[in-house]
Ligand binder design. Sequence first.
Ligand code: SF4
Length: 340
Amino acid sequence: MAARRPQLVAQPVTFTPYASSRPCSARCRFCSETLADGGAHAAGLRPRADYFDRLRAALAALRGLPLSYSLSGLETTDDAAWMLAMLDALQEHAGRSPVENSVLYSNGAGFAGSVGGRLIERLHGFGLDWIELSRHHFAAGANQAIMRFRDGQTIAAQACFEDTLAQLSRQLVVKLVCIVQQGGVADLASLKAYLDWAAQQGVGAVILREFSQLGPTYRDNVTARYIASARVAMDDLLAACLADPEFTAHSRLRHATSGYYFWNVVLDFRGMEITFEASDYTRMHHRHDSGRVYKLVFHANGNLCSGWDPRRNVLLGTEPAPAHVTLMRASRSTNEGPRP
Ligand code: SF4
């Protein structure tokens, strides 16, 4: 048997049970799951029969290590049965081991379906801290040109999205996520219109994100070309806001963060929390390959990895056979980030 190799884990560290039990209900033009950096794709893996046994085994191996749950991957709500079973496993673990907070990243599709109410109830009972709900434009047509929900996904329609948002907001804290881009929110005028719409919906927080910087390891494919052509620089958008007398008259700095591969600036604007955020995948990969654990992802192949590649930096699993590791806490660092 191989000797156990200690691994330092940056604190706080997020744990993601990567949702990939079925293809995503949307096909966002910028989706990072369709970028090609030479690594294996987590999105194409489907859970096997022993998935939940292996998820529980991975969580048992992490017992005692403080975690935050970051529920993402493809669309978690697309498969209600998988989602509910996954939440059961995570809640069991939280009863035995410290879990600091939990966030769900969603396009909202499953909440608009027949079991939407049940999913919302379950998340409320789970103690979810907040949901980051993606909507990249305030008008359904422009949003659909970006998100491209599949046929039959009712969340694509304006009224359905707004009703679902209201239903979610009654039981959960909702933060709207808008990836800024040409054709969507791209300048001060469209940003103000988005914020007006969000305020009309009673939303208390909006997160504005720039496409992550990709770097040279990413192949020139259709997604990378879209990102290159539609990119809106977050620092330009923030500068435009700060140069606008109407915006600055009603805004106040809450805080700014420099994370392990991102930065953000959080403002209060007319009582709404607005986050301006940008990130860099080259820095993220560099950190994930550094030998220190910054991120924990449980993939559908049963591997617990310290990154998004289901066959790389494997801490526990069988594909390929991993080194035996012991997880140890490192000192706290700023380790929350825009890619969940
Ligand atoms: S909702 Fe998320 S996972 Fe689905 S296509 Fe859009 S970015 Fe990708």
